[in-house]
Design a binder for this molecule. Structure first.
Ligand code: ADP
Ligand code: MG
Ligand code: MG
Length: 888
């Protein structure tokens, strides 16, 4: 009989999992198993599966008896191997209980260390090791962690008890406590917990174990973890595994240590071993920023830790071993690794490895380097970078020419430059962000509770912690600028003030950070565009070789054209013309046109606009020399152009020689109950042919002009919101007749295309008919999503978040294409369109054109191109390459 297995051992004798079992064992568990099999010194333990977590949830948070039996068996195995016994007062075995989901969620789930300690076992541990201080230090740590993670106790008061005792003893560091101090602390902790929570601290190791396992399972659902998953699009129904592992101790004195290292520099990607460690410390001390961690080697020295001896200097034997292991792991995983290690009295143990988080600059460099080192193929390299992460690379940095007043220098924890109003807590950051104010989050250190504030802030500045502190790791993951460990800044969270070199700053003041250098400046400093690295160019060339989709951009001015070309755009997929009408001299002409009483008055007003539009288009054709430029004719309802303020109404009344009342009346006439479904798009073109004729003329005159100046032009005229083939037929005929006039007048001919946006379901469903009058289709998926769902984008905010919470939308359909519904319409329209017009060119120009998952879909249904905003062009190029690697 095959009984389902919920517990997998990892130890030198019997390892039941491997690195490919992440779904079941979580990332941490799968890799612990893999490392055990590779012969690395991993303390023995076992992993309880994610399936067990899901069952636990189903059973309303109860551990089943059969699971408990399986766990006890695995536990016995660890006892045999280690020769220690769990709960034994002479030779106690202690465990860590560690969470570990499929995707790494650093800092999100909670770990309990030193489990199995009580008043008896602590004595055993003390005798066994001959180290009373260590035993009681472990005990007080255990009580702190367990009471917080498992009992939900707010440990701030335990921490302040510890700080008070430090002060009373006149010591600075935790390790300076005497055994007697630590005993006093343990007694105080237990008393405080009992008084404040009414609960006795559990003394039975077995109870401690069950409760901890349950707590890890429960922590999958805590708000921090949820928030993290929402940010990173991790499904809520994966569950977490639990790793129960025998303890090794980094807090056994000066020959013990704990640390974190990266096989390559996670900020720059340079191939050099990089890391931090603490002597005589345990667990999260390095990450929590309680003490300044020391550098692992010379490469890892920086301004805040260079006075400290490196791991290499202090523990050369362990360092060399660590180097051997990291090389082995990197070769084995073929990726940069983030490794946790502990040294117990001179013996090195490896506690975790995973693909390390990195900045996108580092990701690119590592991917490209690993191809030349033969560790990765080009395709693997392309697949190793998340398209979305390129975002970070393309962002602006500080303008070197602008004056700066350098206040302080911390660690360059996450590159990018950001300035803003300083705030000292996350709530404030969120509130200010909601008001549209750019803020810089300033904290002594951050913790997982600060995630919301970190998301809201432009950048993060901390006064404590190293390159692997919470702030640094999370900021790098988010692609947010971060300066960490800026020790010369003194922060008072209560007074909401910071002081640095004698100057004070409070809420209401502005600072700027440069996360690439660690510098902190006074005020807000202007930024400039990013430069493009050689790795980026090489990498994108590989992507371009692999992709089938073309990538265009949505741009309606020469500056955006230039940015998009720098990023590799292959044309314009959507040039909106309405933005062009808002300049003061133009808006009056537009308004004059709206107020015209008949076609000839309208034409007269439009004539004034013609030269402006022609200039706009010439500028764009010149920039896009040799590439297609798709221009959409006027789309929004006319009343969007009407005056609103009294002043504007006055000016217009004066200009048109009308009364204010006449203006207001006309505005009322144009009122629509539902403008999104109203008089707009091609409907305007049908009612007022002069508008589109003017625009078509401007486009073609510009094309002729540019072409006479040696520019190669490929104009595409796009007619929006077509629902019936007749609409397109009429407007196509009008356009052609206007174009012919321009050709005759200028004695030139130029190739052009006329096509339509597909943005209402009827157009998609009758695409076979529409295709006969169209040279191209471009899916306007913003409107197509609105019209398919019958859902207004502007009003969706009222219930969409609730829908998302309920899981009705995995992602916002305006961000990631709804493939089942809207996607089907794209598929149908493409197929039908090509049936009747095999040469028809098909693309997408909605926001989805820059979103990786939607781009995968566009590739699958065989579109010719996607079009997105300029900064997203590289993201789209990479996503298109990945789609082609994955789907062929
Ligand atoms: P996270 O997922 O937050 O990194 P971990 O489960 O890796 O949490 O635990 C955090 C830290 O606790 C580890 O980096 C390690 O230093 C320490 N730790 C975990 N298990 C053990 C163990 N068996 N022995 C010693 N230290 C441990
Ligand atoms: Mg943790
Ligand atoms: Mg860890």
């Amino acid at each position: 009989m095959n009984v389902e297995k919920f517990v997998y051992a990892f130890n030198g004798l019997n390892t039941e999992g491997n690195k490919d079992m992440k779904d079941l064992l979580g990332g941490k568990g799968a890799n612990l198993a893999e490392m055990s099999s590779l012969g690395l010194p991993v303390p023995p333990g076992f992993t309880i599966t994610t399936k067990a977590c899901l069952n636990f949830e189903k059973d309303d948070g109860v551990l089943s008896e059969s699971l408990k039996t399986e766990i006890k068996n695995a536990l016995n195995q660890v006892e045999k191997i280690t020769g220690k016994k769990f709960g034994d007062s002479n030779n106690p075995l202690l465990f860590s209980v560690r969470s570990g989901a499929r995707a790494s969620m650093p800092g999100m789930m909670d770990t309990v260390l030193n489990l199995g300690l009580n008043d008896e076992t602590v004595e055993g541990l003390s005798k066994l090791t001959g180290n009373e201080r260590f035993a009681w230090d472990s005990y007080r740590r255990f009580i702190q962690m367990y009471s917080n993670v498992v009992m939900g106790f707010n440990t701030a008061i335990l921490e302040s008890t510890l700080e008070d005792l430090k002060e009373a003893r006149n010591i600075k560091e935790d390790w300076e406590f005497s055994p007697a101090d630590l005993k006093e602390l343990v007694a105080a902790y237990k008393r405080i917990i009992l008084e404040d929570s009414g609960k006795k601290f559990p003394t039975d190791p077995m109870e401690q174990l069950w409760e901890s396992i349950s707590a890890v399972f429960n922590s999958w659902k805590n708000p921090r973890a949820r928030k993290y998953r929402e940010l990173h699009h991790i499904p809520h129904n994966w569950g977490t595994a639990v790793n129960v592992q025998s303890m090794v101790f980094g807090n056994m004195g000066d020959s013990s240590a704990t640390g974190v290292c990266f096989t390559r520099d996670p900020s720059t990607g340079e191939k050099r071993f990089f890391g931090e460690f603490l002597i005589n410390a345990q667990g999260e001390d390095v990450v929590a920023g309680i003490r300044t961690p020391a550098p692992i080697n010379n490469f890892s020295k920086n301004s805040s830790n260079q006075h400290l001896k490196s791991f290499e200097e202090l523990m050369p034997k362990s360092y060399n071993q660590l180097c051997e292991y990291y090389n082995k792991l990197e070769k084995h995983y073929k990726d940069m690794q983030d490794i946790e290690f502990t040294v117990e009295k001179g013996t090195l143990y490896i506690l975790q490895t995973r693909n390390g988080k990195r900045t996108s600059a580092a990701a690119l460099k590592i991917a490209v380097d690993m191809v030349s080192e033969g560790l990765k193929t080009q395709e693997e390299a392309l697949m190793s970078v998340k398209p979305e992460d390129l975002n970070q690379l393309l962002h602006p940095r500080l303008d070197p020419k602008s004056p700066k007043n350098l206040l302080a220098k911390g660690l360059p924890a996450s590159p990018g430059a950001a300035g803003g109003l300083i705030v000292f807590d996350s709530e404030e950051a969120i509130l200010k962000k909601e008001k549209g104010i750019k803020v810089l989050l300033v904290r002594r250190e951050t913790s997982p509770e600060d995630i919301g504030g970190m998301v809201a802030a432009e950048g993060i500045l901390t006064s404590r912690g190293g390159m692997t502190s919470h702030a640094a790791v999370v900021a790098r993951g988010m692609g947010k600028p971060c300066v960490a460990g800026c020790t010369s800044i003194l922060i008072d969270h209560n007074l909401k003030k910071l002081s640095v070199n004698g100057s004070a700053f409070g809420e209401g003041d502005f600072l700027t950070i440069d996360g690439a250098t660690g510098e902190v400046f006074e005020g807000v400093i202007p930024t400039i565009e990013a430069e493009i690295s050689q790795e980026f160019i090489t990498f994108m060339e590989w992507a371009d070789k692999r992709r089938k989709l073309k990538v265009r951009t949505n741009a309606d001015n020469p500056h955006d054209c230039e940015v998009s070309l720098k990023f590799g755009a292959e044309g314009i997929g959507l040039c909106r013309t309405e933005h062009m009408f808002f300049a003061p001299e133009r808006i009056l002409a537009i308004r004059e046109m709206i107020f015209a009483n008949n076609s000839s008055e309208r034409s007269k007003a439009l004539k004034k606009l013609l030269p402006y539009q022609r200039e706009d288009f010439i500028g764009i054709f010149e920039r896009m020399n040799g590439l297609p430029v798709n221009i959409r004719l006027l789309d929004p309802p006319l009343h969007e152009f009407l005056p609103h303020s009294e002043e504007e109404i006055n000016t217009l009344a004066h200009y048109l020689n009308l009364s204010q009342t006449q203006i207001k009346n006309r505005a009322e006439e144009l009122f629509e109950f539902n403008p999104m479904l109203g008089h707009r798009g091609c409907r305007l073109g049908i009612s007022f042919p002069e508008i589109y004729n003017m625009q078509v003329r401007a486009i073609m005159e510009a094309a002729v002009f540019a072409s006479k100046n040696g520019i190669s032009v490929q104009p595409e005229i796009m007619i929006p919101l077509v629902a019936m083939k007749e609409e397109l037929e009429i407007l196509r005929a009008n356009s052609i007749s206007e174009i012919e006039k321009v050709f005759a007048e200028t004695n030139t001919k130029i190739d052009y295309k006329i096509g339509t946006m597909i943005e209402v379901p009827r157009a998609a469903l009758t695409a076979n008919e529409i295709a006969k009058a169209a040279d191209f289709f471009s899916f306007g998926t913003n409107d197509l999503t609105q019209t398919t769902y019958g859902l207004s984008r502007d009003d969706a905010g009222k219930f969409l978040p609730h829908y998302q919470k309920l899981g009705l939308f995995a992602t916002d359909p305006f961000v990631s294409l709804d493939q089942n519904g809207v996607g089907q319409l794209l598929e149908i329209a493409t197929r039908l369109g090509r049936e009747n017009n095999p040469k028809i060119h098909v693309g997408i120009c909605g926001e989805h054109g820059g979103e990786p998952k939607s781009i995968y879909f566009c590739h699958k249904i065989g579109l010719d191109y996607v079009s997105c905003s300029p900064y997203r062009v590289p993201i789209a190029r990479l996503a298109a390459a990945q789609a082609s690697i994955v789907h062929g």
